[in-house]
Ligand binder design. Structure first.
Ligand code: UD1
Ligand code: CA
Length: 453
């Protein structure tokens, strides 16, 4: 197959999103729509990627570089139509020999295989190909005007005759075209149409005039569905999640109630992972084999090693690393902390900016006081430490291996290995005190009642 160059259209601000950020930066499964499209493109191993963006969109450039570091950019200053938008890639594609694929930055579900099949349609006879789908309701889409397997033209909704409007085979907008042909015919686009725009779709007619056939590839409607507003964003999110759940189960995870588990585009699950209901995976989660994630847990930016048990009601935040067979229980929050092999924090605890050694036990109510109001500090707990319930560890602080901390202690200094640390007010016990107190109280009450009578 010829070399590939991708042109991603991301110039629209997306007014109907009612948002301060460009439309393509809105997210599906924790990943921007632009990033989804670029990931699909990246899988194709394209030689060049050009993103067409609108004025003043530094976020779009940054996002694209995050996926494709040597990505090229071109600004479309005025919105004169999809054909005009693609023409902005002229300089970036000068001298390129191969096939150009145009992608929408706001249609994030497209699969690499579909794009590959589209690009594969290009040969000596077919120097252009378009991707089409059977629309449930074709209203608003460009209709494919075909003869046998060849595409002759694409008619936009507003320009279509009543007969053409009945056609259900619609234009996805994705095209593959030989680079040389593209720049030969794109200057011939005209804006004499209902919208007064330079339509990318008119390239089909122009290609036919240039004596090349235009091939047809097809895909499912959902795969090329675009987002114009937040309701559509949520429809694609739902579709993406359905697919992600299917993939997780196909990969060997048990989801007790799949519809209640939410994945990010980059979530990685090992084998024999069990996920209970109502679990949310934010970006950056890697889960090892034989891990149990119990109900109602929220996990992001975390690596969980094999055999660990998480939740119910656990919150794992970015930078958490949970060791093999470790247990993180209910109402435990872990942030930027390494929890050693077999360590346990089973109840009601905050561990932030910390290292917990293997085999250590963190009692209920333990808090790492990591923030002094200005800066964050580290708590280092050695191996096999027993931290009693309700301990406050005031960071920066170190606890030596094998130490015991008595319940309710406030630890402000380093504890050497194998020590006992106790910090709490002396316990005072006065035997019989409560009984005497009760009788005094009763006598006073009786006297008062008598006075009233
Ligand atoms: C376009 C196609 C239509 C197809 C449909 C699929 C054309 C003329 N029509 O119609 O055949 O069925 O997509 O969804 O191509 N954009 C720019 N700069 C511009 C104009 C548009 O970047 O100057 C971007 C928009 O932000 C948008 C995309 O291109 O993301 C599509 O543009 P839009 O005007 O919405 O085209 P449609 O009417 O949807
Ligand atoms: Ca559109």
């Amino acid at each position: 197959m010829a070399e590939l160059a991708l042109v991603v259209l991301a110039a629209g601000m997306g007014t109907r999103m009612k948002s301060a950020i460009p439309k393509v930066l809105h997210k599906i499964a924790g990943r921007s729509m632009l990033s989804h499209v670029l990931h699909a493109g990246k899988e194709l191993g394209a030689a060049k990627v050009v993103v067409i963006h609108g004025p003043d969109m530094p976020g779009v450039l940054q996002e694209a570089r995050g996926v494709i570091p040597n990505c090229q950019f071109s600004e479309q200053r005025e919105r004169l139509g999809t054909g005009h938008a693609v023409s902005m890639a002229k300089e970036a594609l000068a001298g390129f020999k191969g096939t150009v694929l145009t992608l929408w930055g706001d249609a994030p579900l497209v699969k690499a295989d579909t794009l590959r099949a589209l690009a594969a349609k290009i040969d000596a006879k077919h120097r252009m190909a378009v991707l089409a789908f059977e629309a449930e309701n074709p209203f608003g889409y460009g209709r494919m005007i075909t003869k046998g397997k060849a595409v002759l033209d694409i008619r936009e909704q507003l320009d279509a005759s009543p007969a053409e409007r009945k056609i259900r085979l619609c234009n996805s907008g994705y095209i593959a075209i030989d680079n040389e042909l593209l720049w030969q015919i794109i200057p011939k686009l005209s804006n004499k149409n209902a919208k007064g725009e330079f339509y990318l779709t008119d390239l089909v007619k122009l290609a036919n005039k240039a004596k090349t056939k235009v091939a047809l590839a097809t895909c499912d409607e959902m795969e090329v569905a675009g987002v114009n507003d937040r309701a559509q964003l949520s429809v694609l999110e739902r579709e993406y999640q359905r697919e992600a759940r299917r993939a997780a189960m196909a990969g060997g995870a048990t989801l007790i109630d799949p519809d209640t588990v939410y994945f990010s585009a980059d979530t990685k699950l090992g084998k024999d992972v069990v996920v209970e209901p109502n679990v949310f995976f934010g970006p950056g989660v890697v889960v090892g084999d034989d891990v149990e994630i119990l109900a109602n847990s929220h996990i992001e930016g975390t690596v969980i090693s094999s055999g660990a048990r998480i939740g119910p009601f656990a919150r794992l935040r970015p930078g958490a690393e949970i060791g093999e067979n470790a247990h993180i229980g209910n109402f435990v929050e872990v942030k930027k902390a390494v929890i050693g092999k077999g360590a346990k924090a089973n109840h009601l605890t905050y561990i932030g900016d910390a290292v917990v050694g293997a085999g250590s036990n963190i009692g209920a109510g333990t808090i790492t006081c990591n923030y002094d109001g200005y800066e964050k500090h580290l708590t280092e707990i050695g191996e096999n430490v027993f931290v009693g319930s309700n301990t406050s560890l005031v960071a920066p602080v170190k606890v030596g291996a094998g130490s015991n901390i008595a319940a309710s202690s406030v630890i402000t200094r380093e504890i050497p290995p194998d020590s006992l640390a106790v910090s709490r007010p002396e316990l005072i016990i006065k035997e019989g005190w409560a009984k005497r107190y009760r009788s005094v109280k009763k006598a006073l009450k009786d006297a008062k009642a008598k006075g009233k009578g």
